[in-house]
Design a binder for this molecule. Structure first.
Ligand SMILES: [Fe+2]
Ligand SMILES: [Fe+2]
Length: 320
């Protein structure tokens, strides 16, 4: 469990200096990747612990009580916000829709998708699939968390999306189960070639998952979670299609491809439904809400872009 008791000022000073190294305040400074990996892993363990099931109730951390976690989280979330300074956020609700579509469109990762579809080896596809595990294996819980407190059409839209995650009521079709089935196959392929799993240990993989978890868990960040989940859905279909094409090219069995195949169309629908049922009613409510939703979209895009480019570099490194 990530909770650590800090009982002396010296400890807190040490934590603060590691935090500053990992997430530097000076713009353009890269920071310390090893420190960042360690801190984001710590946060990720904490968040996953927080959403663990009833059987683990005794180990579930209390929110906001751990001073160390609070310091890491506070600095990291500011650091993530600083990286989206170049995004021009919409000022008016009426500008939101066009802005969102153009941001989501630019986020579909066309070059990466082409690589997945046409060039990536089985090991590279497997590496990427397992890098996705930190998000995809928790996706139904992430979806459930954004539904809390919404109303009417917004609640119903998220409920329909959640029902798809539940395989429309069929246990074997639950998306997390389909994902686990494919992940097992991918892991076996990597085991067979003696894959070094430390390749999957990079800060961006933890940041990518932790951003959605942090936004979902902290109720005051809920508009950001709604933004982040919406842009994820809107931009996911082409990547799933690329994975299907890549898997077919490599003659990966159909039952392993099913997870990706169903998301090509399901997520295209989710993206459109989210715009109509979730975004448009909410961004009308206030300029502050519009801004928080837009910030959730921008930070998700930035964090995911950094994650995809690092995952891609690690995939290509398997070839040499
Ligand atoms: Fe899904
Ligand atoms: Fe979806």
């Amino acid at each position: 469990m990530a909770q650590q008791v800090i009982d002396s000022p010296t400890d807190i000073d040490t934590v603060q200096s590691i935090v500053e190294r990992a997430f530097p305040r000076a713009p353009g400074r890269a920071g310390d990747e090893i420190a960042r990996l360690e801190l984001l892993k710590q946060l990720h363990t904490y968040y996953v612990g927080y959403i663990s099931g009833p059987e683990n109730f005794a180990k579930i951390p209390r929110l906001n009580l751990d001073e160390e976690i609070r310091r890491i989280e506070d600095r990291w979330l500011h650091w993530a916000d600083d990286r989206v300074n170049s995004f021009e956020l919409p000022d008016e609700a009426q500008d939101f829709h066009d802005w969102f579509l153009s941001v989501a469109d630019a986020h579909t990762q066309a070059d990466f998708n082409e690589y997945l579809a046409q060039e990536a080896s089985l090991e590279e596809i497997a590496l990427f699939f397992l890098a996705e595990e930190l998000v995809d294996s928790k996706f139904d819980d992430l979806m459930a968390m954004v539904q809390i407190g919404t109303q009417g059409l917004t609640k119903l839209t998220i409920a329909e999306n959640y029902w798809d995650e539940m395989g429309e009521g069929h246990l074997e079709q639950m998306h997390t189960r389909l994902f686990d089935h494919s992940a097992k196959y991918m892991r076996e392929r990597l085991d067979a070639v003696g894959f070094d799993y430390s390749t999957l240990q990079f800060s961006q993989v933890y940041e990518n998952a932790s951003l959605l978890l942090a936004y979902g868990i902290h109720r005051h960040l809920n508009p950001r979670a709604i933004g982040a989940m919406g842009v994820l859905e809107q931009s996911a279909s082409p990547r799933f299609q690329a994975m299907v094409d890549g898997c077919e090219r490599l003659q990966i069995p159909e039952d392993v491809i099913e997870y990706q195949r169903i998301h090509v169309h399901v997520d295209a629908d989710h993206g459109a439904e989210w715009t109509k049922g979730v975004f448009l009613p909410l961004v009308e409510k206030s300029p502050e809400l519009l801004r928080q939703i837009s910030l959730g979209i921008a930070t998700r895009v930035q964090v995911a872009n950094d994650y995809y480019s690092q995952a891609w570099a690690r995939m290509k490194a398997l070839r040499s």
